[in-house]
Ligand binder design. Sequence first.
Ligand code: SAM
Length: 338
Amino acid sequence: MQQAAIDLLGKADLITPMALRVAATLKLVDHLEAGVTDLPGLARVTRSHERPLGKVLDHLVSLGVVERAGERYRVSALGAPLSSRCDHLGVRPMLDVEHLIGKAELAMVDLLHTVRTGAAAYEERGVTLWEDLNAAGGGAPGMDAFKRTAALFDAEAIAEQFDWSQVRDVVDVGGNSGAVAISLLEAHPHLTAAVFDLPCFGPAAREAVERARLADRCEVISGSFFDGLPPGRDVYLLSAILADWSDEDAVRILRQCRRAAGPTGVVLLAEVHLRADHPDPVHRTAAALRIEASMGHPDRTPADLAELAARAGLRVTWEGRHTPVRSLLALRAETEHR
Ligand SMILES: C[S@@+](CC[C@H](N)C(=O)[O-])C[C@H]1O[C@@H](n2cnc3c(N)ncnc32)[C@H](O)[C@@H]1O
C-alpha cells in the first residue's frame, strides 16, 4: 500500500515538469553553451534568485539534464534539446511557459475545467487561446507555431471532392495564413478567394498569398467570425474550425455563415476529427485527453455536425467521402428558417 502511494505520487509529481519548464523558459542551456557555467553567473544572466535557481540546477543534475563538475555546470546529451538551436524540434518552445506554445501546453493543469465544463482547459483563464494569440499580435514570439504553412488533415479532399466548377468565389472562414485557400486556388484556376481570420494572421496570410503569386485572386480580410462575414459570396468554407468550439459557439459561427451566404450561397463544412493514435495505451489515452483539453469538441460525427447545422437553419445538401480525419458536408439555408 505504501509503495502504491509512493508510485502514485511519483506519477502526479509537478516539480520535475516545472523544473524543466524553468530551465526552458530561462534558456539555461543557451547560457551554459555561451560559457556562463556557474550559479552566480547563471542567476545574473537569467535575472533570477540564486538560491532557488541553485535548487533547480541540483534537480536538473539529478535528472541527468545537466552535469556538474565542482562549481561549474555543463549540458548533458539529455539536456541538449533544451538549446534554442534545437527549437525546430519543438521541445524548448513547448516547455517555455512564456512562449505561446508553452502557455497553451501549461493549460493542461486546468484539465479539471475541461472535465467540469466540456470547454478547452485554456478557457479557465477567461479567454480562448485564439483571443490570447490575437492579443499577442502576429509578430509575438511563438506565433509562427500557430500559422498553418501547409494544408493538413486530408485538406486536399476539399479541393478534390467538392464540385467547384460552378463556384466563383469562396471565403475561407478562419483561413489562418491562407494554406487551404492557396491550395484551392492552385487546384481551381477560375476561383477567387478571401482568407478571413483574426487580425493577428492577416500579415502572414498576405505574405503567403503574395509568395504564391495569387494576390490578384485572393484578398485577406481581418475580423471575427462571431461579428459577421463578408456577404454574398458563393461558398463559405469552414475548415477545421468547429472542433475548437462548444455546440453553442459552433451554432453561432454557422449562423453567421448562413447569414452571409444568403439563400443561394453554400456553407462547406470541412471538419476535422482528431483522434489519438498510439500503440501504447498510456500514450494513447494521454494524447486523447490532451486533444480533449485543447479544444471545444474534437470528435463530432457528421451526424452531430448535421444536427448543429439544423440548429443554425442549414440543411445538408451534399456529403463527401469521409476520411478518418476529415468529413465534408455542404449546407444551404433552410428557406423557412429566420
Ligand atoms: C484550427 S485553425 C484552422 C485553420 C485553417 N482553416 C485550416 O484548415 O488549417 C482555426 C482558425 O480559426 C481562427 N479563429 C479563431 N477564432 C476566430 C474568430 N473569432 N474569428 C475568425 N477566425 C478565428 C484561428 O485564428 C485559426 O486560424
